[in-house]
Ligand binder design. Structure first.
Ligand code: TRP
Length: 331
């Protein structure tokens, strides 16, 4: 019996660059919370196959993937509690995604907000791989029959697709895929420093990396747009609201309330706000950075983590694909 009575968790991150504080607050914190929960069997992967859905540099793919693994471990993912693995090393992810694509219509995929955003960003790159992104993600999740998926709120449309696919597969073929739900954390949506949209590693100037030092954080915050600092009502969207949200996440709600009072009276001094915020962010990142430095010199250890993770993942993935092939009439 492969599925013990523990529920499963799966999450992943693309190997596009260094992790930023948006990934940390929106996803990694939830990933840590679930790995500590004994009710769950936990799988975290580096979604390197997803990386090829947008233009990428093949010569640095392995390097970027390694960076994500190091960031994962430094941020607190614990290999004795979670299986950490590389997606491309388990070929069942791609295989199952093809089987699953037979229950998904092209029209459904064309209407996803993420697809529309990406083709705006890369008009020359409306590829099949990009269109299939959500199906591959559903495959990642369903392979492990995961119930909980700790990811940022921007991934909700993709989870909806995964649920639809699970329902259809169960209906048509009698599989027993659970409908996965998103596991949300307090910092679910981390705004961009630029004042519009979310913090994203593909939008320059929008993010603070987990590896940024205090100077870099100060410089990035210095460029974040603001306003005159006072007015009759505190903005609830846009650049100032974004800064205040970061204040709340890194310095607490009280500090945010203090600035809100200032806004309505004497006015906020943004240089001070940014200085204090940068310091608070840096203090939160420092232990992660120390741990990362330590891990950088332990290449063999890091290698053994993903080997062991792949070994555990492969057993379950192989079992699910066999079952699906059987139910779909191949066997
Ligand atoms: N699409 C996710 C993101 O951009 C990454 C991802 C790929 C993922 N496969 C997944 C997340 C499976 C959760 C589960 O953040």
């Amino acid at each position: 019996m492969l599925k013990n009575n523990k529920k499963r968790v799966l999450s992943g991150m693309r190997a596009t660059g260094r992790l930023h504080i948006g990934n940390y607050l929106g996803a990694i914190k939830g990933m840590i919370e679930l790995q500590e929960n004994k009710q769950y069997e936990v799988f975290y992967m580096i979604a390197d196959v997803h990386t090829i859905t947008t233009p990428y540099d093949k010569d640095s793919l392995v390097q970027k993937r390694e960076n994500v693994i190091l960031d994962y471990l430094a941020a607190g993912l614990n290999p004795s509690k979670a299986s950490i693995f590389i997606q491309s090393e388990i070929s069942e992810h791609v295989e199952l995604s093809y089987y699953l694509s037979s229950v998904v219509t092209v029209a459904r995929m064309l209407h996803l907000p993420t697809y529309k955003d990406k083709i705006k960003q890369y008009p020359e790159n409306a590829t099949m791989a990009l269109l299939n992104y959500p199906v591959l993600m559903a495959s990642d999740i369903l392979l492990y029959k995961a119930d909980q998926v700790p990811v940022g709120i921007d991934q909700e449309p993709h989870l909806e697709v995964a649920r639809e696919i699970a329902r259809k597969m169960n209906d048509y073929y009698g599989t027993d895929f659970p409908e996965p739900t998103r596991f949300a954390t307090k910092g679910g949506y981390i705004p961009s420093l630029l004042g519009e949209g979310k913090m994203s590693k593909t939008v320059e100037g929008s993010y603070i990396n987990l590896t940024d030092n205090l100077d870099t954080i100060l410089n990035k915050l210095a460029k974040a747009p603001t306003d005159s600092g006072k007015g009759f009502g505190v903005p609830n969207s846009g650049p100032v609201a974004n800064l205040l949200q970061l204040v709340s996440l890194f310095e607490g709600d009280e500090k945010k309330k203090y600035y809100e009072q200032e806004y309505l009276s004497l006015g906020i001094k943004y240089t001070e706000l940014k200085h204090d915020l940068a310091t608070a962010i840096y203090l939160a990142l420092e232990p992660i950075q120390d741990k990362r430095k330590d891990l950088e010199s332990k290449k063999n250890y890091v290698q053994s983590v993903v080997e062991e993770g792949a070994r555990k993942a492969r057993i379950i993935a192989g079992h699910t694909v066999f079952e699906v092939k059987e139910k779909m009439g191949f066997i």
